[in-house]
Design a protein around this ligand. Structure first.
Ligand code: R5P
Length: 228
């Protein structure tokens, strides 16, 4: 699917116009978008500093010659023109599961600022119902097992603490990730509300009502999807 990722990344880079305030996503597809955007910047596209959604994307943007906003400082923006990011699943309403790369919190903060949020995905990510991809949830480390118990009892799913290289994974924000293997999420809004009401949950990877459109590729063509 790397041809598909490259095609949507390049199509997304063509959406960028001079002066646009951008949000830069995270993950393998977003990384290809950042590279493609960097080539346009090298060719003279003039952009104000962009908001990156992870340390990895900040580094990728700097390598590509794209200036970055200090999102820890007082100049973090109130609005962006366009955010571009990948996703793990998208349903016909363009409700998304995100966070496979553990960056869902910064992604949600940045993408909520965007007047237009374009999702770039390959065909394998388009689903009728969300949930085959385990739903990532960012939680604070304090009491993480208690938070997992509450999630289990309120949602009937067995949370898995995410590890990487044999250690508990820490996000860019110093938090942990629980992955929730629902199989199917019958009511994403209700699931999102339940998770938001559990102490210790910082944010979940359901992005509902945020995406304006998706660019989807099978490796040959790119089609545009809007929320059903
Ligand atoms: O935390 C990571 C993000 O939500 C990614 O955008 C998502 O996991 C998709 O990544 P990829 O483009 O590598 O499949």
């Amino acid at each position: 699917m790397s041809d598909a990722k490259r095609r949507v990344a390049e199509a997304a880079a063509e959406l960028v116009e001079p002066g646009m305030r951008l949000g830069l996503g995270t993950g393998s597809t977003a990384a290809l978008f950042i590279e493609a955007l960097g080539r346009r910047v090298a060719d003279g596209l003039d952009l104000p500093p962009a908001a990156a959604t992870s340390r990895a994307s900040e580094d990728a943007a700097r390598r590509a010659g794209i200036a970055i906003i200090d999102m820890m400082g007082p100049d973090a923006p109130a609005e962006l023109d366009l955010a571009i990011d990948g996703a793990d699943e998208a349903d016909p309403r363009l409700s998304l599961i995100k966070g496979g790369g553990a960056s869902l919190l910064r992604e949600k903060i940045v993408e909520a600022l965007a007047r237009r949020f374009v999702v770039i995905i390959d065909e394998s990510k388009v689903v009728e119902q969300l949930g085959a991809f385990p739903l990532p949830v960012e939680i604070v480390p304090f009491g993480w097992a208690s938070t997992a118990h509450l999630i289990r009892s309120r949602l009937g799913v067995e949370p898995q603490l995410r590890e990487a290289r044999g250690e508990v994974l820490k996000t860019d924000n110093g938090n942990f990730i629980l992955d929730l293997p629902f199989g199917t999420i019958a009511d994403p809004e209700a699931t999102a509300r339940t998770l938001a009401g559990i102490p210790g949950v910082v944010e979940h990877g359901l992005f509902i009502g945020m995406a304006s459109e998706a660019l989807v590729s099978d490796g040959q063509n790119v089609r545009r999807l809007t929320p059903a």
